[in-house]
Each structure stands twice: as C-alpha cells, then as structure tokens.
Design a protein around this ligand. Structure first.
Ligand SMILES: NC(=O)c1ccc[n+]([C@@H]2O[C@H](COP(=O)([O-])OP(=O)(O)OC[C@H]3O[C@@H](n4cnc5c(N)ncnc54)[C@H](OP(=O)(O)O)[C@@H]3O)[C@@H](O)[C@H]2O)c1
Length: 118
C-alpha cells in the first residue's frame, strides 16, 4: 500500500506509532493523531509528517479533529482507529459516558461517521 493518505489515531505510542512508521516507510502520507502534544509531535518529527491532537475523552475534541482533517485533506484513504486502552477504575467523561467505552468506541464511531458523512 503506497501513496495513500492514512490517518492513524493513538499514533503517539505503541502499535499506532509502529504502524505510522511502517506505513510511512511504504510511501504513504501519514497523519499522526495523538492525545499528548509532545509525544505526538515527536513521532511526527521522526516521520516528517503532519500531526493533530485530540483527547477522545472529550467529544468536542473529536468534532474539532474531524473538522480539521476534512479541511486539510480533500481525500482520506484510510482511517486507522487505533487509539484506546483500558482506563482502570470507573471514570466519567465530560460528555457523561464511562471513559473506556467513550475512548475505545464512542469517540472512534463519531470520528468515522463525521469523516464519512462529509
Ligand atoms: N497491546 C495489546 O496487546 C492490545 C491488545 C488488544 C487491544 N489493543 C488495542 O490496540 C490499541 C493500541 O494499543 P497499544 O498497546 O499500542 O497501546 P498504547 O501503547 O497504550 O497506545 C495507546 C494509544 O492510544 C492513545 N490514547 C489513550 N487514551 C487516549 C485518549 N483519551 N484520547 C486520545 N488518544 C488516547 C495513547 O495516547 P498517549 O500516548 O497520550 O497515552 C496512545 O497513542 C489500543 O486501542 C488497545 O486497546 C492492544
């Protein structure tokens, strides 16, 4: 797979960062998305690619992320919904959802649908 525009969430660390490197090395334009500005910028610097920051525990961040992606990239070939994890003890987000459910499911569902419906 090459010459595609590929957006990868959770690309500041772990599997997402490894996938970003691998897909970049295959000749794709990778856009790395993370929660931490510092960690995400460091991955993007290493790949000389764009990055965006959003905390999936805030659905307004996800809406802004989708808006910026749609503005900047007329065509997105692949969205890799990788961000997530198990958040430990029960916590509620500002949106009123259990945090693990929101970060792993609701936020990527919203992001995917905002990008698809444009
Ligand atoms: N590793 C496994 O064995 C395994 C097994 C099953 C499923 N998975 C899933 O595979 C994905 C990647 O796993 P991994 O092992 O690479 O995990 P990881 O190293 O902990 O990386 C998770 C990524 O998700 C981001 N993230 C976490 N909470 C977020 C939030 N509230 N908003 C936005 N981004 C957030 C992290 O950002 P920060 O850098 O800011 O923390 C990081 O970039 C996860 O969805 C995980 O649940 C992994």
């Amino acid at each position: 797979m090459s010459n595609r525009t590929i957006v990868i969430t959770g690309a500041s660390d772990g599997i997402g960062a490894a996938a970003a490197r691998a897909l970049h090395n295959l000749g794709n334009r990778v856009v790395v998305v993370g929660r931490s500005p510092e960690k995400t910028a460091a991955v993007a610097r290493g790949l000389d690619c764009d990055y965006l920051v959003a905390d999936f525990a805030r659905l307004d961040d996800v809406r802004s992320l989708a808006g910026t992606l749609l503005e900047r990239y007329p065509r997105i070939d692949v969205l890799v919904n990788n961000a997530g994890g198990i958040m430990g003890s029960r916590e509620e987000t500002v949106d009123g959802h259990e945090k693990t459910l929101q970060v792993n499911h609701l936020a990527p569902f919203l992001l995917t649908n905002l990008l698809l419906s444009a």
